[in-house]
Write a protein that binds this ligand. Sequence first.
Ligand SMILES: Nc1ncnc2c1ncn2[C@@H]1O[C@H](COP(=O)(O)OP(=O)(O)OP(=O)(O)O)[C@@H](O)[C@H]1O
Ligand SMILES: [Mg+2]
Length: 406
Amino acid sequence: MSSVHDLNQPVVLDLGSGLTKGGYAGTPDPSVVIGTLTGHAKLQRVLPSATAAPDMPGTPDGSRGKYGEATSSGGSVFVGEQLRNMCGVLRLEHAMQRGMVTDWSGAEEIWRHVSTDLLSVAHGEHPFLVTENALNARWNRERMGEFFFESLNAPSLCVAVPGVLSLYASGRTSGLVVDVGDTLTTTMAVADGHVDVHAMRRSEVGGRDVTERLGTLLQKSGVSLMGTSSEREAVRRVKERLCYIAEDAREEERRFIDEGVGGGKLGASFRLPDGNVLQVGTERFRAGEIVFRPHLMGAEVDGVAQSVHSCTQAVDMHLRRALYGSVLLSGGSTLLRGFCTRLLREVRALAPSNCKIRIHAPTDRLYSAFTGGSVLACLSTTFRSMAVSRSEYFEHGAGVLHHKCL
Ligand SMILES: Nc1ncnc2c1ncn2[C@@H]1O[C@H](COP(=O)(O)OP(=O)(O)OP(=O)(O)O)[C@@H](O)[C@H]1O
Ligand SMILES: [Mg+2]
């Protein structure tokens, strides 16, 4: 049974391991994007004007401050904008890993902050469409449902796979989606709106691993930047600004050698927050190499091109040609420069020679899952048929979330 609140504008949240993106249905881009991170004070507060630290309990009712500072757990947990403002005095922790929540109180605080504080969603009045990565353990979705129905009082909830939403955003109903996010690479084949679950490939490699590897490579060059969480964040920014995927890693090594010490014009520099200038050489392309060759970080999983190939080979042979001709990139880590060219080259080498390979790389692919969710949630009849209503949830339990949603 639907409630009057089901008619209100749905709220769309793309709950990524790295970034939480949110906004109201109907907007093409998320109006809120924050890291899926929590900050914990690592220094002791000595001035009364300073923001509350763990030794000084916050508001007596356990409510949140201006920046999503939660005090319900006794100590202060910071989320959102405050992480940037208090950079250096907070220890940052990820609330999600490999698409699954690893710190529930942290994740819930982030989701609450986005919905209530930043999007001003009135309690219990707006349906939610949220994303969950494919092939997650069932309990992850059930616990998510508990939060949205029982803490946020959602009148209805729809859970969708981000890759499928990215396909919607591109205006297609068929294609092979390659989603490389912060901690996961997912490859899925969709034909006329039907996902082939058996052909889906998921590997635990993503942008966070690229950042880690960049940090390790820089350390080998004598620059230690992975000691604190704010240093790690600086390494992430270096990655986003300077790293790229080489078309051929061996050839790229040779080019750097030819250029001499520091890689000559192939090297680049980055000004760190302390004013020091960091020189980056071969690390620029070596770090991202793990997305194509995960064995470099010790992972026994296929690289992204091999995943595309094996996903295609796992679907019916009548559909394969069309899929090779309609590969869609999604997720922030596909923004590494050169990603598309390298993928094309490797997939071409693996695919049957008479297959035409076409890769679509929309410029807004960091947010395409949100955009697709925003479009879907505006189709009120479709959305309502896919969403689980509050009454269904309380009547049948959290298991109902596995039956109705994408
Ligand atoms: N311009 C860029 N170049 C390289 N990497 C980028 C760029 N912009 C964002 N990223 C990386 O993309 C990742 C975040 O992408 P995205 O938001 O798609 O992941 P997520 O949905 O949070 O994670 P997951 O899908 O793994 O749960 C981060 O690792 C970030 O560093
Ligand atoms: Mg994602």
